[in-house]
Design a protein around this ligand. Sequence first.
Ligand SMILES: [Zn+2]
Length: 321
Amino acid sequence: MKYDCDLITDLLPLYKDDVCSASSKMIVEEHLAECDDCKKLLGALNDNTIDETFKKEKEDVIHSQAKFFKRKSVKAGSIISLILAVPILICFIVDIANGGGLSWFFIVLAAMLIPASLIVVPLMTKENRFFKTFMSFTASLIVLLAVCCLYSHGNWFFVATTSVLFGLTVVFSPFICFGRPVKDILGNKKGLAIIGADSLTFLLLITCVELTNNDPESLKTMLTILLPNLAIVWLIFAIFRYLPANTLVKIGSTMSVLGLYTWFGTLVTARMTSAANSNGVISYYLPSVSLLIVILAIGAMLIAGGIIFALVKGGKKNEKA
Ligand SMILES: [Zn+2]
């Protein structure tokens, strides 16, 4: 035989798919005429059995690699846990030796939960990694705040915790709501959940700040200002999310709502902060009515434009049908 079987075996897949050069094709055919082994191999290739074998082998390799990395990451996670345990152990021993209670032990223990939640949790978990990491990070942060507040005899725990929760919610709630497993639970209520969580943590924060200051009157004023602002945010969200209309109508409606809100808001604020002058006359700044009319007119034009656009589009669709 002129050529080695190994060379022909390499060429066979190309020959089978008819993508080799004319000279290679000739070499293969010449060889096949004399070699039963390679002929059999070509038959097997045509049966796709080899493809299947390769596919299975590839899957096996990927699977074993994944297993290998999983084992490695679990190992790395365990080692990091041990390293994090060292300062905890040292503080425990020092606290015991000093005999003054376990304050440093608990503070360092709580502090070490944070790197553990950020490093060990993602290494050790397989599914919903982001969700689990975020949850354990938040929980460990709250534990640390609680321990520090307890040992410093402070009264700032609720303010600190609600601030942290509000900040985390604003930044991470979209990622949490659009990631597994939360997105499957929420379905098409993700936007509602995000704005709901933001509002709730915000109100919690304000309430905690005011209650810590122990000033119910100030809380009342705060809520009087905040609730209408929150309501307008919800209203705009509702317009964009649920109004069954096109974007032009939505923008027009939002503009009109904001115009009216700003006008009334300015009026109410002016009245609330107004005081009688030396002559006993109460005067306050009146928001511009003409500006309001201009804004409402533009809003109405946008809405009208949106409706006309929708009608024309609907008419064209009917014509086509
Ligand atoms: Zn051969």
